[in-house]
Design a protein around this ligand. Structure first.
Ligand SMILES: [Mn+2]
Length: 321
């Protein structure tokens, strides 16, 4: 299969020229993939098309407000689209079912692995919802409305860390500003996704703050969470735990050990400085990105895993002194 990168004009033409859409989000769905899918689904329906959105995994109740009033439609599926999906493997259980049938993919990942014949990709966009916004605008006036704007804002805000990450560019803010003109309650959205925490999550964070250990004059912070502790919260409540040690002033490398079902320990590392945690994790067969990476330890005690990992971190810190 050959893939072609198309522009907004061609993408809009494609959407106008087809019908009976199935819009697929990636597994383990986040605000961007759900915001894009619900926003695009609403836009296509307004265009007079049949459209449904689906995801292989359960969608958190936090996203219910985006799906308000969107009853599934009855039709024979014809056109499969993915949104915010960097690789067909990320479709999860839906890869086998639909992976070969995707006609068009909208994405913003630099690492996008082509799987659809037509691609609309903006690797510099903070969220795929930015790209979907421009695509819906291209479909013509009168399509965008408050509900669609709310969906796309959720995608942009959640993927940009509430506009805090460096990926939030001037264009990100301009698009968000245009969306805000539609008058939805953005403060409520940002409260739900950034401030609100369940009591179970707070209890888990309390444990992290209490047990955190510092190494190398506070330049490295390490904490471990047992299987039982992790099971005290549901999966969406465990988002972002790995970033907590790094929030502490002076910490250059933050480590969260998470115990797996089989007793092994998965270490998630976050770097605040120029320390390359991908390289550190690589020494243990792991990987990831320069500032966020992970590796696993099996067949050793937590103490031993900690010892081995902090030794590698010590070397990295020494190199950069
Ligand atoms: Mn995204």
């Amino acid at each position: 299969m050959t893939s072609e990168r198309i522009d907004f004009g061609k993408a809009a033409e494609f959407l106008r020229g087809h019908d009976n859409y199935i819009i697929i989000s990636h597994a383990n769905p986040d605000g961007d993939t759900i915001g894009c899918a619900t926003g695009l689904c609403r836009a296509l329906r307004k265009l007079g098309k049949k459209a449904n959105n689906i995801c292989a995994d359960e969608i958190s109740k936090r996203f219910d407000f985006l799906r308000e009033g969107m009853e599934p439609q009855e039709f024979d599926p014809q056109t499969y689209i993915t949104v915010d999906v960097a690789d067909r493997k990320l479709l999860g259980d839906f890869d086998k079912l639909y992976g070969d049938r995707i006609a068009f993919a909208v994405d913003h990942h630099v690492s996008h692995v082509d799987f659809a014949p037509l691609l609309l990709i903006e690797p510099k966009a903070a969220a795929a919802a930015q790209t979907v916004y421009k695509l819906i605008k291209e479909l013509g006036p009168g399509i965008m409305d408050m509900k669609i704007a709310e969906c796309l804002y959720t995608g942009i805000s959640t993927d940009s860390g509430c506009f805090k990450y460096s990926c939030a560019t001037a264009e990100t803010h301009r698009i968000a500003a245009e969306l805000l003109e539609y008058g939805f309650d953005h403060a409520q959205i940002d409260y739900v996704f950034f401030d609100m925490k369940t009591k179970a999550r707070i209890a888990l964070e309390e444990k992290i703050y209490r047990d955190i250990e510092f190494f190398f004059d506070g330049r490295c912070a390490v904490v471990a969470l047992t299987k039982e502790q992790l099971e005290s919260v549901d999966s969406e409540d465990s988002n972002g735990l790995s970033a907590i040690p790094r929030m502490i002033e002076g910490v250059e490398v933050g480590v969260v050990f998470k115990q797996r079902g089989n007793g092994s320990w998965k270490a998630s590392l976050r770097s605040n400085s120029h320390i390359d945690v991908q390289k550190i994790c690589g020494a243990f067969g792991g990987g990831g990105h320069v500032k966020a990476a992970g590796c696993s330890f099996s067949g050793v005690s937590l103490d031993e895993a900690k010892k081995q990992l902090t030794e590698e971190i010590r070397k990295a810190l020494e190199w950069t002194e």
